[in-house]
Write a protein that binds this ligand. Sequence first.
Ligand SMILES: NC(=O)c1ccc[n+]([C@@H]2O[C@H](COP(=O)([O-])OP(=O)(O)OC[C@H]3O[C@@H](n4cnc5c(N)ncnc54)[C@H](OP(=O)(O)O)[C@@H]3O)[C@@H](O)[C@H]2O)c1
Length: 264
Amino acid sequence: MSYSLAGKKVLVTGASSGIGAALAEGFAERGAVVGICARREDRLRDVLERLRAHSPGSRSWVVDLSELDGIESFARRADDELDGIDVLVNNAGVPKRRSVTELSPDVVDAVMAINYSSPVRLTLALLPGLINRGGRIVNISSVAARLGPGTEAAYAASKAALTAWSEAMCVDLADTDVKVHVVNPGIIDTELFRLPDNDEPIADMSMALPVDAIVQPVVEQLDSGTFEIYVPEWFRDVVAGKVADPDAFLQGSIEYLRSRGVAG
Ligand SMILES: NC(=O)c1ccc[n+]([C@@H]2O[C@H](COP(=O)([O-])OP(=O)(O)OC[C@H]3O[C@@H](n4cnc5c(N)ncnc54)[C@H](OP(=O)(O)O)[C@@H]3O)[C@@H](O)[C@H]2O)c1
């Protein structure tokens, strides 16, 4: 299987920074017409300027995707203005690094809204067109979906929901030409680790990859049709170890947190 991005209409959510901006630029460099959206207008403008250097038809929309009631009309607008979306990249998301003892129901619901409900609504709104065009759905999940790291209960659960949704959707769409993909970034150096209202990351940031490292693996994933990838790839082995012995894995997680000075 091979998949050419040239001439494809791609919508990347959350592309004002980080992984979304890097993917949008990578797709534009490969000839795609890219639509980007997020809340920060100034940052979107900078990204759009870079996209248009490769792909003049690219465009942007300022939208808050946590406002779930507005998603259907945004989907219609983006689909109309791009003249039919071929590839939907659900990337917009927020972290929540906070121990479960410090979480309120409102915070958990807010994380779920942007990380899970918003991509689900956008997907459902665009699905008929994606089925007609044999399109692609790329859901940017997380290694947290498979590993349930400490201090990230709200975040990990929202990403696990997105991954489970993606798996079931992949099966449901087997008789269509749509392909569903899940991307599990590990530690990619973005603003996600520096946002306010979050505890310090427990991840070892010295291992973080530069943001551009995400582009080629996703391009190859589209090409091969692979359902799930990890970036970096070694997280696949960590997940396999967890599945083989969850008790040992959770004990290891507790010891890791204690070694980082976080109560386990
Ligand atoms: N970096 C990593 O190591 C890592 C690991 C696992 C998963 N991920 C996932 O990768 C995705 C991108 O994150 P990133 O690391 O690139 O961090 P980032 O630079 O903070 O990017 C997050 C993007 O989402 C947008 N966004 C957040 N809330 C939004 C809202 N309510 N409406 C519209 N857009 C919204 C942000 O734009 P505005 O603020 O302008 O709205 C920004 O463009 C996220 O889903 C994240 O969970 C990242």
